[in-house]
Design a protein around this ligand. Structure first.
Ligand code: PHE
Length: 367
């Protein structure tokens, strides 16, 4: 019994000692953590060598941190939570120091090796593509140039004389209503067609004249899939002695064969323009086989692509050309309309949206 008691006391004393030493270990660890933290912060990491020294000292398998984790086992349970948290915080701090210094060194290494490496492949430079309207326009001008036509350009802001009066639109004549005009001032407007350029050429140049005038024109129309307030035209003019309607037909026939293929069928329908007499419209035959062709030709198979005619004698005289000696033909067409047909584009507005996904489809297209 006594032995038992002694034994009991002994155990108890042991227990006290045990608890007492562990208690001291808890305290010791806490101050050790504090020390290590200050040491780590003061550690001079200046180059890869000292960074490695830091790692070995604190973070490596045999480093201070792992020593702490070993000691941690001996911390009394009631303190484990607090001390555990402190060790984890220290671990976080040490890792942050290490990673930040390491990153700094890597970026300065990059800085040092900032010398161009000629063996690396060059960066990809994205290639642009021609706008579909430019593709069609370029092809058209190419065809007419081959036939001996020159290219003329003129202003987009035009006076009444060049846009209307010289072209045989008398003042207040209902023909002026054919085109809804954007007026800037009373007698000044945005040109409604590039026929105005042809007037300028006739006034300026000597006969024979054989020219085409491509350019942007403006009409005050409701914007929809089929019409816009501006679009592009190409107009042609040929004046010489003895130019006839047969020449007009043959020129246009050659043009569509070049643009749409040798089997293209055309027809001329009588029409009216103030500046040509007689006047006509030319259609090309698409047929009615596909849904698209039926829609485009409103079921008839024929698609109107241009207006044309023999230059009215009044226009020749207005521009100082002797109408007894000379005659000529003129024609004009919209570029969007032809581009829509040629590329199967259903909405004219897509030409002007500048959507890269639309435009990129035309890279490498050769007409
Ligand atoms: N100027 C006309 C238009 O804009 C087209 C045309 C030109 C018609 C020449 C006949 C002759 O619609």
């Amino acid at each position: 019994m006594c032995r038992t008691q002694i034994g009991f006391v002994h155990d108890w004393v042991n227990a006290i000692t045990f608890v007492g030493s562990n208690f001291q270990k808890g305290k010791m660890i806490k101050s050790r953590i504090q020390e290590l933290k200050s040491e780590a912060q003061a550690f001079a990491i200046t180059d890869p060598d000292s960074l490695e020294q830091f790692r070995l000292r604190f973070l490596a398998k045999k480093g201070e941190l792992n020593e702490l984790f070993k000691l941690f086992k001996e911390v009394p349970n009631e303190e484990k939570r607090e001390v555990g948290q402190l060790i984890n915080d220290l671990k976080g701090d040490l890792q942050t120091i290490f990673e930040e210094k390491q990153a700094q060194m890597e970026s300065s290494e990059d800085g040092q090796s900032d010398v161009a490496d000629p063996s690396l492949p060059g960066p990809n430079i994205p290639l642009g593509s021609r706008h579909p309207l430019s593709l069609v326009l370029n092809r058209m001008t190419e065809i007419f140039e081959k036939m001996g036509f020159s290219i003329s350009e003129g202003p987009e802001i035009e006076d009444d004389w060049h846009n209307f009066s010289a072209l045989n639109f008398p003042p207040n004549h209902p023909a002026r209503d054919m085109q809804d005009t954007f007026f800037i001032e009373d007698e000044i407007s945005l040109r409604t067609h590039t026929s105005s350029v042809q007037v300028r050429v006739m006034e300026r140049e000597k006969v024979p004249i054989r020219t085409i005038s491509p350019g942007r024109v403006y009409r005050n129309e409701a914007i929809s899939a089929r019409s816009n307030s501006f679009f592009h035209q190409i107009e042609g003019l040929y004046i010489d002695e003895g130019v006839s309607f047969a020449d007009l037909k043959q020129t246009l026939f050659l043009f569509v064969q070049e643009l749409f293929g040798p089997d293209t069928k055309v027809r001329f329908r009588p029409s009216y323009f103030p500046f040509t007499e007689p006047s006509a419209e030319m259609d090309i035959y698409l047929g009615t086989e596909t849904e698209g062709d039926r829609r485009l030709t409103k079921g008839s198979g024929w698609l109107e692509i241009l207006g044309c005619g023999m230059v009215d004698v009044n226009v020749l005289e207005n521009c100082g050309i002797d109408s007894k000696k000379y005659s000529g033909f003129a024609f004009g067409m919209g570029i969007e309309r032809i581009a829509m047909f040629r590329f199967g584009v259903k909405d004219l507005r897509t030409f002007f949206d500048n959507d890269k996904r639309f435009l990129e489809q035309f890279s490498g297209v050769n007409l």
